[in-house]
Design a binder for this molecule. Structure first.
Ligand SMILES: Nc1ncnc2c1ncn2[C@@H]1O[C@H](COP(=O)(O)OP(=O)(O)OP(=O)(O)O)[C@@H](O)[C@H]1O
Length: 262
């Protein structure tokens, strides 16, 4: 369970998040949407403990600032937008790195049967078992995203933070990925918080959405409520609902962008 209370964070002297608060129950998923630069990634970084902030973030009742690094990594893990890697391990070894946080006494513990099984399952789930021996810096952007996702899944955290996980992924795999994560979280009783620009994918992941704007939460509620209101138009400065696909997959009439009308 997450309880985030009055989170303020930024870079240097520039404040990006201005007092963000929200809660997430166990087994609940959350989509975060909002315009470029509104602070979605910054919020994920604060949650993951990689960016300092003021305010409180409680994970299962304990402040993230009081977790040891490894213990926090067992609770929450982030799959970032970046598909750059600064090392050249094989796919298998990269996914295995997700298991290192479960070591007790240091880096060179023997790999257990459970580690191997978790890595194998994560590679199968993400469809990368055929390329297990490839070096990661020879992979395409989409393949690399799958490998990094497999690493996070092998890590088996309680909460996965996905920062636009669909970058570099083709359409069928985007849908497959979100459906996989939804099943994964339900089956394992875990949570996924996904920053998703595509509102259809946001709806596919969960019914609850956090709409951010200018470092604040503009709305926190059901997709039906938020997508059916004028809030999106206000935040994105355009007639968003006219660009959305309806439940039968038909495109709505495309209306003039309000910015061009003005
Ligand atoms: N490392 C950094 N140093 C300085 N400023 C940063 C840094 N990372 C992000 N910012 C700035 O913080 C603001 C919020 O960025 P953030 O990445 O959180 O937005 P976002 O909502 O995730 O955007 P996007 O949808 O484009 O990914 C932006 O103005 C960005 O330029």
């Amino acid at each position: 369970m997450i309880d985030a209370e009055n989170i303020t964070a930024g870079y240097g002297d520039v404040e990006i998040l201005h007092g963000v608060s929200f809660s997430l129950k166990d087994n609940e998923n959350l989509s975060i949407i909002g315009p470029n630069g509104c602070g979605k990634t910054t919020l994920l970084r604060a949650l993951a403990g990689t960016l300092s902030f003021s305010g409180d973030i409680l994970l299962d009742g304990k402040n993230v600032k009081d977790y040891k690094k490894k213990a926090l990594a067992g609770k929450i893990s982030m799959l970032s937008q970046s598909t750059q890697v600064y090392f050249n391990y094989t796919v298998y070894d990269t996914v295995m790195m997700g298991r290192y946080i479960h070591e007790k006494d240091g880096v060179f513990r023997k790999v257990s049967a459970r580690d191997k099984s978790m890595v194998q399952k994560a590679m199968e789930a993400t469809g990368i078992e055929q390329i297990y021996d490839r070096e990661v810096n020879t992979l395409s952007g989409g393949q690399l995203q799958r490998v990094l996702l497999a690493k996070v899944i092998a890590q088996d955290p309680d909460i996965i933070l996905l920062d636009e996980p669909t970058n570099h992924l083709d359409l069928s795999y985007q849908v497959e990925l979100i459906q996989f994560l939804k099943k994964w979280s339900k089956r394992k009783g875990k949570s996924v918080i996904g920053v998703l620009h595509d509102m259809n994918l946001a709806m596919m992941l969960t019914d609850r959405v956090l709409l951010m704007d200018h470092g604040k939460i503009e709305a926190d509620g059901s997709c039906r409520h938020i997508f059916g209101s004028d809030l999106l138009n206000k935040v994105y400065h355009m007639n968003v609902s006219h660009y959305m696909v309806d439940s039968l997959g038909r495109w709505q009439d495309i209306a003039e962008d309000k910015r061009h009308q003005d």
